[in-house]
Design a protein around this ligand. Structure first.
Ligand SMILES: NC(=O)c1ccc[n+]([C@@H]2O[C@H](COP(=O)([O-])OP(=O)(O)OC[C@H]3O[C@@H](n4cnc5c(N)ncnc54)[C@H](OP(=O)(O)O)[C@@H]3O)[C@@H](O)[C@H]2O)c1
Length: 260
């Protein structure tokens, strides 16, 4: 019996991915800080679908947390064949105003936890007949983000990491994909200290369900880069052909307008 492990599964895109994977009959290991939310999701899923769902509460921004998740899975003899590094956090504000602790939180969760989870689980994934790693980046992976400088850089880092790792693992049983959503209707925007998306910008927001569906299908089809939705595909295309200074200044003006 094998499992799909999803970090940040208690809400948003991670929760929708858990539901999508469950519909495809995958057994699940769901990780996030909030055990009550994970328990609610387990009940919701197992009410209708006969799969095994294991829960683990962890703050992945804490030193050593990824190792603890891996050791727990090993002790429980849970064999993971799909690793979904989804948990992420954003902090809005100019670099000089953000406290160092908040800066570190973004890097610890969005970068270090992704690297550490992949480090610990990869040897076991390589022993599976077929295995997948899905890393959740962003359209910010392609565009520097003033006022969210660390968020954008963290997503650029993990996109680059996912492509390099994919290349290293090309001749193995493990495929690596990066899901790069644009604005998606979840709690992350307000938690970051930004205004809810409204007006014309709201037209570009996707639902977490459709982003999750694209991500899981893309992962199973071994796609390198998964950009859900037409406007996000256009954004990524424009990022390739627009001069970086112009692109960054305009992204900054848009970001600034979203501050509370
Ligand atoms: N929403 C968007 O517009 C958007 C766009 C592009 C990319 N993304 C990316 O998509 C991913 C999911 O974001 P989302 O929008 O679904 O956000 P969300 O609704 O805020 O969900 C974030 C998830 O991560 C978990 N999490 C947060 N901090 C954690 C920590 N320290 N340790 C363990 N788990 C933690 C949260 O659960 P707990 O609070 O229970 O720990 C939650 O399950 C992120 O990587 C984000 O960067 C989002």
């Amino acid at each position: 019996m094998t499992y799909t492990l999803i970090t940040g599964a208690s809400k948003g895109i991670g929760k929708s991915m858990a539901i999508e994977c469950a519909k495809l009959g995958m057994n699940l290991i769901l990780v996030a800080r909030s055990m009550p939310l994970l328990e609610g999701l387990k009940q919701e899923i197992t009410k209708d679908i006969n799969i095994d769902v294991q829960l683990y509460a962890a703050d992945l921004a804490k030193e050593g947390a990824s190792a603890e998740v891996y050791e727990w899975c090993s002790r429980q003899k849970l064999s993971v064949d799909k690793l979904i590094n989804n948990a992420g956090v954003n902090r809005f504000g100019s670099f000089d105003n953000l406290p160092l602790s908040e800066k570190k939180q973004v890097i610890q969760l969005n970068v270090n936890a992704v690297i550490e989870m992949t480090h610990y689980f990869l040897p076991d994934l390589l022993k599976q007949r077929e295995a997948h790693i899905l890393i959740v980046g962003s359209t910010s992976s392609f565009i520097p983000n003033p006022y969210m400088a660390l968020y954008g850089s963290s997503k650029a880092f993990i996109y680059s990491f996912s492509r390099a790792l994919r290349s290293e693992l090309k001749r193995t049983n493990v495929s690596v994909s990066c899901l790069c959503p644009g604005p998606t209707k979840t709690d992350i925007t307000s938690a970051a200290g930004m205004k809810e998306v409204d007006g014309w910008k709201a037209n570009f927001e996707m639902s977490s369900e459709s982003v999750a569906r694209s991500g899981i299908l893309g992962m199973l089809n071994k796609k390198a880069k998964i950009v859900p939705g037409f406007s996000n595909k256009l954004t990524v295309l424009l990022s390739y052909i627009t001069p970086t200074g112009f692109l960054t200044d305009n992204a900054g003006a848009l970001m600034k307008s979203m501050g509370k």
